[in-house]
Design a protein around this ligand. Structure first.
Ligand SMILES: O=C(O)CCC(=O)C(=O)O
Length: 282
């Protein structure tokens, strides 16, 4: 018996490679989290695509541990859950920034495909107009060939792109979410998103969750955040939870993680390593 999803939603996830929308909080709760994040942005600068905000943003840590969110993930992954990665993915109003068609797992170095679930939680309306993701049902069953592209508007660090057949593009499903709703997608489902033609910011909190049995094959000494259950494998060094926003310890840990992943790290005017790092991910 699933905890949060219906049997039909669980079956749909495995059949299509994604399921949405899943309501995990009220719009008021989402608005409250958004307000906290935007206050931090005013104080510290943009949070878009910073590496692992769960290490230094308490609102991100709260979302990662949100019981209704984890109940839905547990229905897919089982009771033992780690967060391998997280990011805010923010598209400003009017931006032409986009995400090309890709499969998440292509560059992550994780050795299992069915033990990785991506969460995308909306903190503002995610609509076709605001540049929400579209996904191709059933595309998670095969690995697709990616090629590198160079387009300054592509949010993906390598500009990796899959050439999707026209008939598959016609089947793509837009993932429309109200604030407080989320989607879950399989690490191999083909997905993409367009620019933001709306007048509001499109703010998503994205997490890549795994079971502890998954191994990292590329990054040495990789870390993960324990969210639920037990880690009987110890494949990832445990991450600390933030006790306050932008604490020195949280920022230092985040900077070290970002460096280990090969991301470029900048120092802030006070000389402290902070979060303004490019996110090194697929
Ligand atoms: O936020 C977006 O537009 C794309 C997000 C994405 O590619 C992902 O969550 O895997």
């Amino acid at each position: 018996m699933p905890k949060r999803l219906t049997e039909e939603q669980v079956a749909r996830y495995w059949r299509d490679g994604f399921v949405a929308p899943i309501t995990v909080m009220t719009e008021d709760q989402a608005a409250g989290l958004r307000a906290r994040i935007e206050a931090l942005e005013r104080a510290h600068g943009p949070l878009h695509y910073t590496v692992k905000p769960t290490l230094f943003v308490t609102a991100a840590d709260e979302m990662a541990h949100w019981p209704a969110l984890l109940d839905a993930v547990e229905d897919i992954l089982g009771p033992d859950i780690l967060a391998w990665d997280s990011a805010f993915i923010i598209k400003e109003p009017g931006t032409s920034k986009f995400v090309s068609w890709h499969q998440d797992l292509t560059y992550w170095g994780l050795d299992k495909v069915d033990d990785v679930v991506s969460v995308w939680l909306a903190l503002s309306p995610a609509t076709v107009e605001s540049g929400t993701m579209s996904m191709i049902p059933g595309s998670h069953r095969t690995h697709a060939a990616h090629r590198a592209t160079a387009d300054a508007d592509n949010i993906l660090s390598r500009g990796q792109t899959v050439d999707v057949a026209v008939e598959d593009l016609a089947r793509a499903v837009p993932i429309v979410l109200r604030p407080g709703q989320m989607s879950l997608h399989h690490g191999l489902v083909l997905h993409a998103s367009g620019g933001n033609r709306s007048t509001d910011r499109r703010i998503g909190f994205n997490m890549n969750l795994i079971t502890p049995s998954v191994r990292q094959t590329v990054v040495a000494d990789d870390t993960a955040l324990a969210l639920r259950g037990t880690d009987r494998f110890g494949h990832f060094r445990p991450e600390p939870r933030p006790t306050s926003d932008f604490s020195d310890e949280g920022c230092a840990f985040q900077a070290a993680v970002a460096r280990a992943r090969g991301a470029s790290v900048n120092a802030d005017p006070a000389g402290r390593l902070v979060n303004r790092v490019s996110r090194q991910r697929a």
